[in-house]
Ligand binder design. Structure first.
Ligand code: ZN
Length: 128
């Protein structure tokens, strides 16, 4: 540990420089954590509703959880029947393209083939 006050070196366990008494700065790790932006998390969910006499309708929704609460970032059109590869390609892939274009950074592709997660600094949307 090099003192920023007097330039002497001392044990980094010390809270103060034993030579001049200057307080040891917070560890770089802690400083990085303080400066790290708040993140919004976006998750793609499979939604469904029952249409009377029409059966089950499905759609994908990109739901965001952020400091300002929960909102829908993107929503696909609806289709009939549980999604397979064809629906994933037709509806999910274009939505992922839109999210990436909007600055969302992919975190993981989850189970089920559509439970993707993204993150984005909260300031992108929250600044007014
Ligand atoms: Zn010192």
């Amino acid at each position: 540990m090099i003192c920023q006050g007097c330039g002497a070196s001392y044990d980094s366990e010390f809270k103060f420089c034993p030579h001049c008494g200057r307080a040891r700065p917070e560890s770089p790790e802690l400083l990085i954590r303080i400066q790290e932006p708040k993140w919004e998390i976006c998750e793609i969910e499979l939604e469904s509703r029952t249409v009377i006499l029409g059966g089950e309708r499905y759609w994908f929704e990109a739901v965001v959880f952020g400091p300002t609460g929960r909102y829908t970032a993107e929503r696909t059109a609806e289709w009939r029947g549980y999604p397979g590869r064809a629906e994933v390609k037709k509806y999910l892939d274009p939505m992922i393209e839109l999210l990436l274009a909007a600055g969302w950074e992919p975190l993981q592709a989850g189970q089920g083939g559509w439970n993707y997660r993204f993150r984005r600094p909260a300031s992108v949307e929250a600044k007014e």
